[in-house]
Design a protein around this ligand. Structure first.
Ligand SMILES: [Zn+2]
Ligand SMILES: [Zn+2]
Length: 551
């Protein structure tokens, strides 16, 4: 991406015009005194690159992301700062400024302790009140957000312009936008009436220039098969062009779908907020093991589903969005936030089941018979079976951690489950939900960790990260796992590992300097920092810290 020199505006102060040519020409206290406060941005663009760890930015040389880090306010010590380090949690954390223990759900599982949602049509009573949050759309997510009573970023921004949320992943879109987002543009399972070939845009108040007609630009091909019947990708295959770009140049999906729609929105709307989510890196990381992806192999190897292509595609979209803002003269009044919803843990130590006959990823992720899901996840991977055989798991969600909602939550039954979890492969510690914090109920298995760096991270962050799930709707028990270890698919996230916690958080545009913030900035700090930069007073207490962005 071509970067232009940074020019500061002429500032009118008490009748005198002080032309400030370039900050670098100024020096010392006198120069500081002459700099008036810069005008505040009145628009915000948040770009979430799904699964983008700092490790991935470096390994795949994402030049536009690196240029933003260099030119904008980077946060070299940033980390996600919560668990579950999953899509459905973080998209809501970013635009609420709250930790999962205050947002209404902490993970892919949710116990409806305050009876917010109607019970599903269940024959038996087992698993009642347990939900999988990534099945949710606005009809579940908005009531839970509103029940817990907090405003979303869109509620602050929608007075001054439209707030538009765009994400091919539905549960990310609704969590990110919330009820205050004027439009939410995503994909659903709905196809258009004249054929099963297409998957089209759905959502809330989808503008006509996006929804179009059946088969127009924002419809993408269903039922495509790339090289994804190969191991290990077949655990979570890409079977249409929703999360991947695809091979139809007129109907590109994934990251390009999001970005094309964002540019159409800029053309057509008076907007104040654009919340954009790019799903491609996450898909490739799950399929091929993140940074362990060997790349396309064999005659039918399709580069498109792999990490190198996905990282380059996401990086190009970041460049396109910045270029658009600049060409439109909007970069100085727009605060751009580039971040991720989690990173990616390579499943070098894999405790899922690989069964070529089934999309086994879902059985590795979920165990339980839960509300609002037609599937009964009753085929646990062998590694988890000692726990499920005991008969007390209502729902478990296993990724780069293990999270368990029990049927019988009595202290004896919780202790029984904790003891079993302590013996599961590679568990580094078991933690019990005590309402406002987690208590470690097993020894720490330092010898199961792979490096001094990992042990130091665990000592410094494990308790803090697990505590962010301490709510009565959260899991009863959590088991932490070491680096490069998953129970689910080839590459995953969800836990406390550095590979999933160390994500970029970059603030750019809005006349910001290139000075870094040295604080350990977390996802939860993004919203209070945005509000402060825009001069908007918060009406509700947030968990995050409002940092001052350097000009
Ligand atoms: Zn994600
Ligand atoms: Zn993911």
């Amino acid at each position: 991406m071509a970067r232009r020199p940074r020019l500061l505006l002429s500032i009118v102060t008490a009748g005198a015009v002080i032309a400030v040519a370039a900050a670098s020409a100024q020096s010392g206290a006198a120069a500081q005194a002459r700099k008036a406060a810069p005008s505040k941005p009145d628009k915000v663009v948040i770009i979430v690159v799904d699964s983008l760890s700092k490790e991935i930015v470096d390994k795949y040389d994402m030049d536009n992301v690196k240029a933003l880090m260099a030119d904008g306010v980077d946060t070299p010590r940033s980390y996600l700062g919560h668990t579950g380090s999953v899509t459905v949690v973080t998209h809501n954390v970013i635009t609420s400024g709250l930790l999962p223990k205050h947002t209404g759900w902490t993970n892919e599982g949710y116990r409806d302790v305050e009876d917010v949602l109607p019970d599903g049509p269940k024959v038996d009573n087992e698993g009642e009140d347990l939900y999988i949050t990534s099945n949710w759309d606005n009809t579940s997510m908005f009531p839970v957000q509103q029940h817990y009573g907090y405003p979303k970023l869109a509620d602050y921004l929608n007075d001054t312009g439209k707030v538009i949320t765009i994400s091919p992943k539905a549960y990310a879109a609704y969590g990110f936008g919330g009820a205050g987002s004027d439009s939410i543009i995503t994909f659903g399972s709905v196809t258009c009436l004249d054929g099963s070939r297409w998957r089209g845009p759905v959502g809330i108040a989808v503008p006509g220039y996006i929804s179009g007609t059946c088969g127009s630009r924002y419809y993408v091909e269903r039922s495509k098969i790339y090289d994804t019947f190969k191991e290990p990708a077949s655990l979570y295959p890409a079977l249409d062009d929703r999360y991947v770009v695809g091979d139809d140049p007129d109907h590109q999906g994934g990251d390009i779908w999001t970005t094309d729609a964002a540019i159409d929105v800029m053309d057509n709307e008076d907007w104040s907020g654009l919340f954009l989510s790019l799903p491609g890196v996450d898909k490739a990381a799950h399929m091929w093991g993140g940074v362990l992806d060997p790349g396309p192999e064999g005659p039918d190897g399709d580069p498109m589903t792999h990490m190198e292509f996905a990282a380059a595609t996401a990086d190009a979209q970041v460049g396109r969005i910045m270029d658009e803002l600049e060409e439109r003269g909007e970069l100085d009044n727009t605060l751009v936030v580039l971040t991720a919803d989690h990173g990616s843990v390579a499943g070098e130590h894999f405790h899922g089941l690989y069964d070529p006959a089934l999309d086994y990823g879902f059985f590795n992720w979920y165990f339980g018979d839960v509300e609002n899901d037609p599937a009964n996840y009753n085929l646990p991977q062998p590694a988890l079976q000692p726990l499920t055989d005991a008969g007390n798991v209502g729902l478990s969600y296993s990724d780069s951690s293990i999270n368990v909602w029990l049927k019988d939550q009595s202290p004896e039954k919780v202790a029984e489950a904790a003891e079993i979890m302590e013996g599961l492969p590679d568990v580094t510690a078991v933690w019990r939900n005590d309402g406002d914090h987690f208590t470690r109920v097993s020894p720490i298995r330092w010898e199961r960790m792979y490096s001094g760096g990992e042990r130091a991270w665990f000592a410094r962050k494990a308790q803090e990260l697990v505590n962010t799930q301490a709510a009565d709707y959260g899991p009863d028990l959590v088991a932490t796992l070491p680096d490069d270890t998953t129970y689910s698919v080839a590459g995953d996230h969800g836990g406390i590992q550095r590979a999933t916690q160390q994500i970029p958080i970059v603030f750019a545009g809005a006349g910001l300097s290139s000075r870094d913030l040295q604080a350990e900035v977390r996802s939860v700090d993004i919203m209070p920092t945005i509000l402060k930069a825009m001069g908007i007073e918060a009406t509700y207490p947030m968990d995050g810290i409002a940092y001052t962005l350097p000009h």
